[in-house]
Design a protein around this ligand. Structure first.
Ligand SMILES: Nc1ncnc2c1ncn2[C@@H]1O[C@H](COP(=O)(O)OP(=O)(O)OP(=O)(O)O)[C@@H](O)[C@H]1O
Ligand SMILES: [Mg+2]
Length: 332
């Protein structure tokens, strides 16, 4: 690598993109270490796709700077394009062609010989569990198969940086897991992945670092642990012997922990947030709560103290949950 990159695959400073009145990306700073999965987490309309498109040279920024492997995405767009690949909310494969035809065609476009293109497409179709569907037109693929052929197409020649824009949105759990496995395999080969997602558990599963974006701004950035730690120490999850004791248990928890208590869909389950920075050690507080529950004659069958979920992180950072659109949001 000829450029000075500080080990970063992506570095942006004050990146801006406006569409009329909308500041879709409003001063984004990112530093994405090479060789990792970096998660960009945000709700609908947060600016994820717009950011990715600027980094992949498909959109020209209106302000700020972005470098990919030290290359300027505007002035050195061709060099950037040679090193990145993108899949996501836009088509790369042709619906009317079969799986094999698509991959062979794209391989030929990338300059592979006829035989090499066939061999590579066969390998990828097999690796992605699409061998049986190889001869079928892509328009007849299921959502999960479609997502997998999209990713297969984007790694025909191993890119240095792969953008995956919401690769699992709308997929069933099994297909999501298959895509996750593929992402892990791609990174194991040395490719850097920038993954956008609305799913907190997806970022949690795959990414080493996460930027949380909302309304075009990075509102938090760090490792998963750092993000969680910035929000609070954790949550106590309880399962009671008797569902009838739950209202009383919730009262005890509210009193002893001075915390938000949530009644779970499961009628014997209760969750309480504990240990904000000022209120002392989370384990100590949880122990005190258990003591109080026992004194009140409430039988606890199961108890765990966990780090907060990324959902809780988002709520704490933004004051709204990930699924509540803001009133000024234009539907995407
Ligand atoms: N071409 C465009 N013209 C006008 N407004 C746009 C355009 N593209 C995006 N926007 C607006 O910019 C904002 C950010 O959109 P963007 O697609 O980047 O969000 P996103 O985080 O990818 O959302 P989603 O999760 O729904 O894909 C939104 O308010 C959107 O309506
Ligand atoms: Mg998007």
């Amino acid at each position: 690598m000829s450029r000075h990159t500080n080990g970063l695959a992506i570095e942006t400073a004050g990146l801006v993109k406006t569409f009329g009145e909308t500041r879709a990306v409003d001063g984004v700073d990112l530093a994405v270490p090479a060789g990792t999965v970096y998660g960009v987490l945000g709700p609908n309309g947060a600016g994820k796709t717009t950011t990715v498109k600027m980094l992949a040279t498909l959109l020209r920024p209106d302000g700020g700077e972005a470098h990919v492997f030290g290359l300027d995405v505007v002035r050195e767009a061709d060099e950037v394009r040679a090193r990145v690949s993108l899949t996501g909310q836009y088509a790369s494969v042709d619906e009317d062609l079969t799986g094999t035809e698509n991959l062979v065609l794209l391989g030929r476009l990338l300059g592979h010989g006829k035989k090499a293109a066939r061999v590579r497409s066969g390998q990828l179709l097999e690796a992605f569990g699409l061998t049986d569907a190889a001869g079928r037109q892509v328009k007849h693929y299921s959502g999960g198969m479609r997502r997998r052929i999209d990713i297969a197409a984007s790694i025909l020649s191993t890119p240095d940086l792969l953008f995956l824009d919401e690769p699992t949105t709308g997929l069933d759990p099994r297909s999501r897991n298959q895509v996750w496995d593929i992402v892990r395999a791609v990174v194991a080969q040395g490719t850097t992945v920038l993954l956008t997602t609305q799913y907190l558990d997806e970022a949690d599963q795959l990414a080493s670092r996460i930027a949380v974006i909302d309304h075009g701004r990075v509102i938090a950035e760090g490792t998963k642990g750092e993000l969680k730690a910035s929000v609070g120490a954790g949550s106590v999850h309880l399962r009671l012997r008797n569902a009838e004791q739950r209202p009383e248990a919730a009262d005890v928890l509210r009193r002893t922990l001075d915390a938000q208590v949530q009644l779970e869909p499961d009628p014997v389950a209760v969750t309480a947030r504990v240990g904000t920075a000022t209120s002392g050690d989370a384990a100590e507080q949880a122990a005190r709560a258990l003591g109080e529950l026992a004194r009140a004659g409430i039988t606890v069958d199961n108890f765990s103290l966990g780090q907060p979920s990324l959902d809780e992180v988002f709520l704490a950072l933004t004051g709204h949950d990930t699924h509540t659109p803001k009133k000024d949001e234009v539907p995407a």
